[in-house]
Design a protein around this ligand. Sequence first.
Ligand code: GLU
Length: 441
Amino acid sequence: MSVTVRFAPSPTGLLHAGNARTALLNWLFARKTGGRFLLRIDDTDQARSTKAFEEAIYRDLAWLGLSHDLTDRQCNRLKIYSTAFYRLQQSGHVYPCYESEVELDRQRALLKARRKPPIYDRSGLSLTPAQRAALEGEGRRPHWRFKLSRRKVAWTDLVRGPVEIDTSTMSDPVLVREDGAFLYTLPSVADDIDFAITHVVRGEDHVTNTAAQIEIFEALGGAVPQFAHFSLLVGKSGEALSKRLGSLSLESLRDDGIEPAAVASYLAKIGTSDPVEPHLSLDALAAEFDFAKIGRAPAHFDPEELAALNAKTLHAMPYAAVASRLEGVSEALWDAIKPNLTRLADARPLAGLVTGAVTPVIEDAALAAKAAALLPPEPWDETTWPAWTKAVAAETGAKGRGLFHPLRLALTGLDHGPELKKLLPLIGRAKALARLEGKTA
Ligand code: GLU
């Protein structure tokens, strides 16, 4: 069966690097296997989901280049969940409970005080019809729990290897709230069945859910997908990345001038056995994708490492990849300035050294005058700079920093910048001469 995976974000916040990694790993696996990538908007939590966050998800995925073959939103699919729930009711897999949040909190606190695990005691399961009627007479509405098998659930995780979870260590999960709203667990399984998801690839915070979900797949007679749970991304000092932690949102990375190719390369490679290197296309990353390379230790997200990778990515970028974003910058100019970039936004001022006017800084007037006199006629190329500076050195006796520093200051107004061998022929003789004479040109 061909691979179908899904990325299922909740539109309750901006996508952060951790969510983006989930999306990316799913996408790369689908691309590598020729499978399909479904985007599912998990918006069952109507109180916290917003249209604006949903739009931000589409925008961020498009920015990363993660196209999807299909998209759907859980709020459009409530009928499917009702049908699934009805089937679970008919087969006796769910039972109504009437405890309030406060009562459940109290139960958990009591169990904790007795040093027992805070597992729901299944009181709801033994209610007689008369007791139910009495509770409903008090104005209570039931919430519904799935009755776990209280047996061991095992699967071979594509990242973690063999996993076994005893569902007697868990509370029966609530599937439907007392107001009739579905919580995440059942819609997710119903959708995975309906879309014939073959692989569920997600963070290890869902490992425990998986045991309950496998039981729900089985109760509904659905094919159980394969699972891959990778370790979570953590901050530099091990702290969890929260969805609401704005600083690592894709939006903020984009605003900081990080290239999507750098983000994708970083997120595809951290926490794996591969080196973190720039990859200019998602296809190149997909070709190298393998669950076996993903380690089990938490992957550390280091903004400085990402910034360094961003610079390396820019240095490797061919002109065609940036031309549309750099109007008026020629290919030769791009090649001259790109080694000096840490962000694409730095390209503008550097390109201005050629395309704009520069106010020169004349540090050594005598040297500048001699250098001006020695400028060769055009045409110029990359041999011009070494030949010319050699002539200036011979004439003036200046060498090393004493030679190059005043020439750079005069030609660019800066004391560091792109290689002059490449820049000089682009600046051209007229501007170079004027700048050596101290004129803004
Ligand atoms: N909406 C869930 C989340 O964002 C999806 C989890 C899953 O992949 O099943 O955590």
